[in-house]
Design a protein around this ligand. Structure first.
Ligand code: C2E
Ligand code: MG
Ligand code: MG
Length: 713
């Protein structure tokens, strides 16, 4: 944890500093007091000493003068008994060390003892000479005593003197006692002061602690709680308990305001989350939320050793709905699809299933109940079946299929990204397998995807390497079953990949943009070949070649110039070149397309609408686009005998086209029964394996040769 100098720490530091300051002041005060005590003690002692000195001086003087008086007569009469009595009386006093009476020469006459042991001895102590020679009261101080002496005289006659030694030890002892008493009193006083200081200090500490507690409770703790809560909100958690306060002060106000703010942030966050996590159109989970949920589920399942299936569903040819019916219709289709999928998943997917829209026409479903493979299979089968039921959009019936890819966890992928990628690959394979079906992912599919990447790589330069060629499928007039023209179809023979299906490589070329490079070459070669046929069969003046033009080429803008160029180069009459445009490409942007078709018409070529009926343009559309012919799609022709709807539609197309002066070609005629039905409805031309497969340019010439030999008929 990082330490910091917070509010509480600051307050504590302040309190401690104040306490230290007070303590310092107290210490100073105590020091002052101690030195004052010492000073007062010293002064007391000095005063005492002065007093003692004074007292001793007075006492010595008084005593010695009194004694000198008392001793005059006994000394004059040399009455040693009386002298002894006076001396002993004096000596009895406790502080008197000695009393000496001496003659004028300083020899001791009496010392107070019974036998006067020192009688006649001369006084030899250092104070003696001054005492003997003094003619009045003399006080002398030595270490041990105060020596008071006084001469004794009768009239003019000097009789001797008396000396008294007052012990200083005695005086000192009482002096010390007094001084001790004084310092004891001072100490007691000091201690009393100290006690007061201690009480003061304790009160101060108590106040500090109390204030600290109060600050902690009323300021620091709520602020900390606010900070903690802000931190929790900061990491996006809004479900923490809300702080409440009944306080009436500014902090209470802050806490309430904070609570309101966090509520509003939480509300805002919920809204934003909802917006960020749901698909705006369908209300389903969106890609972002799905991804989060998938990650979370995989984490849980991995621990529990359970399985999960991911279904990747894509509406087949949804783009056509948008292109032909508009985006509102597209949205309506998506909404209805989403509703159906949701309903089916709720019914069949188990309670833990999840449906998400991935944007566009992609839906992803997670299934994790029971035997996920079986559940996923059941659900996918049902979806393919139910979703192919017609939808009613803008009063019109729309038929759509769904391709579904299924990837399983943990067999096919151990992480979310791979699982989604593999689901996508499986879905793509379902598309390749003819759409409107489902496929489980298998490792082999990875190879298919690699193959697609390879195809794109190999497609570059395939024409230059001579791997591409054109075949021509004859188009027959229904009335006499004679060849009136041929459709140029591209073929690719790769040295390693072999013959690549046109459905596969044309799509790759279209998606990668390579078609913009290949398309013009096809056109150029087809024109050249057709010119050659016409030279060899001058009788077939109207023999045409039809060339498929991709939506990309149509939208590029330079198509009319290219067409004019090819016609000019080859010398082919413009009426003998037919361009096959897909319905989707023409309808995508009607205004732009109409302008383009008009420009193409000006070059003199004929325009055909290919694969007619697979889009949703409706028959009325034919009235608005200026084309010369329509090619009824193979899928209608294939079902002519079985499906009365297809027969009705085909009949309607032919009738309408004729009423507009448009030629009708039927593609993919494989049986004579189909041929008969078309003939009965007045279809103009047919194309199909029944009458002719796609062949190379030379073989077509042979076919034309053979036809010339036949009688017309
Ligand atoms: P499409 O323009 O509708 O061409 C007719 C397709 O139907 C050809 O397939 C043809 O071989 C096939 N077909 C003809 N008669 C029958 C029949 O009786 N039964 C069946 N089942 N099929 C029949 P192909 O050659 O595989 O071409 C597929 C598509 O690739 C073409 O459809 C066309 O859209 C596109 N395509 C082919 N060559 C070119 C090209 O040079 N440029 C462009 N942009 N697209 C091309
Ligand atoms: Mg065609
Ligand atoms: Mg076609």
């Amino acid at each position: 944890m990082k330490l910091r100098f917070g509010l509480q720490a600051r307050f504590l530091a302040g309190a401690l500093l104040t306490l230290a300051l007070v303590l310092g002041l107290l210490a100073l005060l105590l020091l002052r007091q101690a030195s004052m005590q010492r000073e007062v003690g010293g002064l007391g002692r000095e005063a005492m000493q002065a007093l003692v000195t004074e007292t001793l001086n007075q006492r010595g003087t008084a005593m010695i003068e009194q004694m000198a008086d008392a001793l005059v007569n006994p000394l004059y009469f040399y009455d040693l008994d009386e002298i002894g009595r006076i001396v002993r009386a004096a000596e009895q006093q406790p502080d008197i060390s000695y009393v000496l009476v001496y003659d004028p020469d300083g020899n001791i006459l009496h010392d107070g003892s019974e036998d006067i042991s020192a009688y006649g001895q001369r006084m030899t102590d250092p104070l003696a000479p001054a005492a003997v020679s003094a003619d009045q009261t003399l006080l002398q101080w030595s270490r041990q005593v105060v020596d008071a002496s006084h001469p004794i005289a009768m009239g003019e006659q000097r009789l001797g003197g008396v000396r008294v030694g007052i012990s200083l030890a005695y005086a000192h002892a009482s002096e010390t006692r007094a001084a001790d008493m004084l310092s004891k009193r001072l100490r007691e006083l000091g201690l009393r002061h100290l006690g007061w200081f201690a009480v003061l200090l304790a009160i101060l500490a108590l106040i500090s602690a109390g204030t600290a507690w109060y600050v902690q409770r009323t300021l620091v703790r709520p602020i900390r709680q606010l900070a903690d809560m802000a931190r929790v909100i900061g990491v996006g958690k809004f479900d923490g308990t809300r702080l409440v306060s009944t306080r009436n002060d500014e902090l209470g106000e802050l806490i309430r305001a904070f609570g309101d703010m966090s509520d509003s942030i939480a509300r805002h966050d919920r809204d934003v989350r909802k917006m960020a996590y749901t698909d705006a159109l369908t209300g389903l989970t969106n890609r972002l939320a799905f991804r989060e949920s998938l990650d979370h589920r995989l984490l849980m399942l991995r621990g529990a050793g359970r399985q999960l299936a991911l279904l990747f569903a894509d509406i087949d040819d949804f783009k056509r709905v948008n292109d032909s019916l508009g985006h509102d219709a597209g949205d309506e289709v998506l909404l209805q699809f989403a509703g159906r999928i949701r309903e089916m998943v709720e019914r069949l997917g188990g309670d833990e299933a999840l449906v998400a829209r991935f944007g566009g026409d992609e839906f992803v479903i997670l299934v994790q109940n029971g035997d996920v493979r079986a559940t996923a299979t059941h659900l996918a089968r049902q979806m393919v079946q139910d979703l192919s039921q017609p939808l009613t959009v803008l009063g019109r019936q729309v038929f759509l299929g769904t391709s579904i890819g299924i990837a399983l966890f943990p067999e096919d992928a151990s992480d979310a990204s791979t699982l989604m990628k593999n689901g996508d690959i499986a879905m793509y394979q379902a598309k390749l397998a003819g759409k409107n079906c489902y496929r489980f992912y298998s490792r082999a599919m990875d190879q298919a995807v690699e193959r697609r990447v390879r195809i794109e790589q190999e497609l570059r330069g395939a024409w230059d390497r001579g791997e591409m060629s054109l075949v021509y499928q004859p188009v027959f007039r229904v009335a006499d079953q004679r060849i009136v023209g041929a459709e140029a179809l591209l073929r690719w023979q790769h040295p390693q990949l072999g013959s690549v299906a046109s459905a596969v490589f044309i799509e790759v070329a279209e998606q990668s943009g390579l078609i913009e490079d290949i398309g013009p070459r096809v056109l150029r070669e087809a024109c050249a070949v057709a010119t050659d046929w016409r030279k060899r069969h001058e009788s077939l003046d109207n023999l045409f070649v039809s060339v498929n033009v991709s939506p990309r080429q149509l939208h590029k803008g330079n198509l009319p110039e290219l067409v004019a160029d090819c016609l000019h180069e080859s010398g082919l009459p413009s009426r003998c070149l037919h361009l096959e445009l897909t319905e989707t490409a023409v309808i995508q942007d009607e205004a732009q397309a109409s302008a383009m078709l008009a420009r193409l018409h000006r070059t003199g070529v004929r325009l055909w609408l290919d694969d007619f009926g697979t889009g949703f343009s409706g028959l009325n559309h034919l009235r608005r686009v200026p084309v010369d012919g329509v090619k009824i799609d193979r899928s209608f022709v294939a079902d002519l005998q079985r499906d009365p709807d297809d027969l009705a539609l085909t009949t309607a197309i032919i009738a309408l086209a004729h009423s507009l002066g448009i030629t009708v070609v039927a593609e993919g005629v494989e049986t004579s029964a189909q041929m008969e039905l078309l003939k009965a409805r007045g279809c103009d031309y047919v194309q199909g394996y029944l009458l002719g497969y796609p062949v190379d340019a030379e073989t077509l010439v042979d076919l034309l040769d053979a036809q010339c030999l036949e009688p017309e008929g």
